[in-house]
Design a protein around this ligand. Structure first.
Ligand code: NDP
Length: 291
């Protein structure tokens, strides 16, 4: 069994990006600049945005964090996004989700200029991804693809089962694994809460990608021997063994599933750090293009 070390791989990628930034600077060009919008005081969102801003600093990007009160209206937020769209000094923009319920997330996503949409959530970029055209890939699926690539995991002709069909993880993941290129060429089954035979399907998976948000949902009796298991889930569960009183758990019961696998991602230290690395990579693409 080999652990797919997302933490180390993410650091490797960040080092590669830092070198590319240095080349830009040496050529007298500007550093990539990522702007992040955070609305309200959601603790998890604060943590995610904080980690993204810190990662920008590590690789030598400029970053701007714009905070708005929970009470900001949709029109006001659209105006703020448009300001960044028109700011030639800013290359990439992310709006941390979720937004307060009075703001339509799709309206905001569609307002972001596709060429600055480094989260890869704009319908235009999702469409390009589906057509296998060069574009920003959503960061979490892109991170999984990169991890599979860097560990040389064989995907051609394999059965890939994806659990969860969200717009940001499961659905794009299923598209990417079915593409006619590496890593891809899988036969893909996309499952969700209405799937009636989930256990049977999971048992046929050579590659099992799990993104449903329920701690330790996937148990050993759902996994085939020799599978590659990618755990996207992050849930906080109570723990009397940590100072904080809680612990991060994935969607996979790691202790019982890992011994059956050829490859598995841990939580934390698997997909999470890869997501940040790919956001940085997308911001670099916003500056340099996709070649
Ligand atoms: P969503 O809540 O948007 O989607 C969950 C999906 O799981 C839905 O499609 C839902 O089905 C499906 N689902 C729910 N229950 C079941 C079930 N019993 N059987 C099969 N499918 C089920 O979640 P996200 O995709 O946004 O996130 C999933 C997890 O990944 C979360 O823990 C999240 O925190 C984590 N995450 C981690 C990231 C990282 O960087 N590591 C990034 C993004 C997310 P239906 O559509 O029918 O409702």
């Amino acid at each position: 069994m080999q652990i797919l070390d997302g933490k180390q791989t993410s650091l490797d990628i960040q080092q590669e990006i830092a070198q590319e930034v240095q080349v830009l600077v040496d050529e007298g060009k500007k550093k990539p600049h990522l702007a992040a919008i955070l609305v309200g005081n959601n603790g998890a969102s604060e943590t995610y945005v904080g980690a993204k801003v810190k990662a920008c600093e590590r690789v030598g990007f400029d970053s701007t964090l714009l905070r708005f009160d929970e009470s900001i209206t949709e029109d006001e937020l659209v105006a703020e996004v448009n300001k960044i769209n028109n700011d030639t000094n800013i290359d990439g923009l992310i709006v941390q989700l979720p937004l307060p319920s009075h703001i339509n997330e799709m309206t905001i996503t569609e307002t972001i200029l596709p060429s600055k949409d480094v989260d890869g959530f704009h319908p235009q970029n999702i469409g390009k991804m589906a057509l296998n055209l060069p574009t920003f890939l959503p960061a979490t699926p892109a991170g999984i693809v990169e991890l599979i690539k860097r560990y040389n995991i064989d995907t051609e002709g394999k059965h890939c089962v994806v659990v969860g069909r969200s717009h940001i993880v499961g659905s794009p993941m299923s598209i990417l694994m079915a593409r006619n290129s590496y890593p891809g060429n899988c036969t893909v089954t996309l499952t969700h809460s209405r799937t009636t035979n989930l256990k049977e399907l999971c048992l046929t998976a050579d590659i099992l990608i799990v993104a449903l948000g329920r701690a330790e949902f996937i148990t050993a009796d759902m996994v085939k021997d020799g599978a590659c298991v990618i755990d996207v889930g992050i849930s906080r569960v109570k723990s009397d063994k940590t100072k904080s009183g809680w612990k991060l758990k994935g969607d996979v019961n790691y202790d019982e599933v890992a011994p059956k696998c050829d490859f598995i991602t841990p939580v934390p230290g698997g997909v999470g750090p890869m997501t940040i690395a790919m956001l940085l990579k997308n911001t670099l693409y916003a500056v340099k293009g996709f070649n």
